[in-house]
Design a binder for this molecule. Structure first.
Ligand code: FAD
Length: 287
């Protein structure tokens, strides 16, 4: 989104980035500030780093690896029952779960809100990562990958040339590609088994990029109902859902006001402030 807003389109942004890269490599890979230039950002050791950093930064008891199975109003707050039967007393609850999970947790007391949460559409995607020995690979990888326009007949949504986009993601003399399958147009492919998904991707990459080398590693991953879809009128419905949420219950996450990780971080900050303000106003300070 940042790239689109700055350059007017993703394509123009990519062209500008390529020019910036070329200029940077001429000046020994360094920008005027002395830092390497790239338009993409990620966490060096994968996105688990974000979760681990949050867990380490939070004070109080942090419980991971155990879901919430119900939320019941209790006095001025709520009782949460966990999947393992434990119960927690809460003054406020921030639901950062997928909208369909939040719907299940709120349905008994708030059926209208639950119905609206359930109506947020989700689609599934799969990714296939293929690793190659660079010596077997004759494509120049002169870019970061490609996104397939809707009118093209291919079964892929996109392919990231991971080892070009993030050089630390693959070892020396190794090429790593990640293809995306499924989404709103081709969701049925997500149901294929691993071998079929990998074959599909290899066929498409052969047709699009001319790759015939056999991968040295191939992995398929599925993200079932991992992508919320915003239909027309979404933000108005989000306003209504927020108004329907009971006191002390806050909704956040990719289903609401932006799907990307930066959007989720931004929403999380806003909601954390709202929850803290709610507690400050409604919960008597401990003596
Ligand atoms: C293949 C793929 C590639 C993507 N690439 C990018 C990218 O390059 N850049 C980008 O910005 N975004 C990307 N996204 C989007 C981004 O990853 C998601 O939008 C973001 O992770 C959503 O965060 P979230 O916290 O809302 O939801 P989630 O990450 O889905 O988190 C929801 C959490 O709720 C937990 N949960 C579920 N049920 C319960 C329960 N009953 N009790 C307690 N907890 C529960 C789950 O375990 C999970 O941890 C990508 C998404 C996909 C699927």
């Amino acid at each position: 989104i940042d790239i689109e807003q700055k350059y007017g389109s993703l394509t123009r942004g990519m062209i500008a980035a390529r020019k910036a890269r070329a200029a940077a490599s001429k000046s020994n890979g360094q920008s005027a500030t002395g830092k390497s230039t790239t338009v993409f950002m990620t966490l060096r050791n994968g996105l688990q780093e974000l979760v681990t950093a949050l867990r380490d930064a939070l004070r109080g008891d942090v419980i991971t690896g155990c879901g919430v199975s119900s939320i019941q109003p209790q006095g001025n707050g709520y009782t949460l029952t966990l999947d393992d039967g434990r119960q927690l007393e809460a003054d406020a609850v921030v639901l950062a779960t997928p909208a369909f999970v939040s719907a299940d947790l709120l349905r008994a007391q708030h059926p209208e809100l639950a119905a609206m949460l359930d109506a947020i559409r989700y689609v599934s995607t799969a990714t296939v990562s293929l690793g190659f020995d660079a010596t077997d690979f004759d494509h120049p990888l002169n870019g970061f990958g490609f996104v397939v326009p809707r009118k093209e007949p291919t079964r892929l949504l996109a392919c990231t040339w991971t080892s070009t986009k993030f050089t630390h993601r693959a070892g020396p003399n190794t090429v790593l590609l990640r293809a995306f399958i499924g989404g709103p147009r081709r969701e049925e492919f997500v149901g294929l088994d691993d071998d079929a998904l990998i074959s599909l991707v290899r066929e498409e990459l052969h047709a699009i990029m001319g790759i015939s080398a056999a991968p040295t590693v191939a992995r398929a991953y599925r993200w079932q109902r991992g992508n919320p879809q915003y239909d027309v009128g979404h933000l108005e419905r989000v306003d209504q859902m927020e108004a329907l949420a009971p006191p002390g219950v806050f909704l956040t996450g990719s289903a609401f006001r932006g799907v990307g990780i930066p959007d989720c971080v931004k929403q999380g900050r806003v909601i954390a402030e709202q929850a803290a303000a709610y507690i400050g106003q409604h919960v008597p300070a401990e003596a």
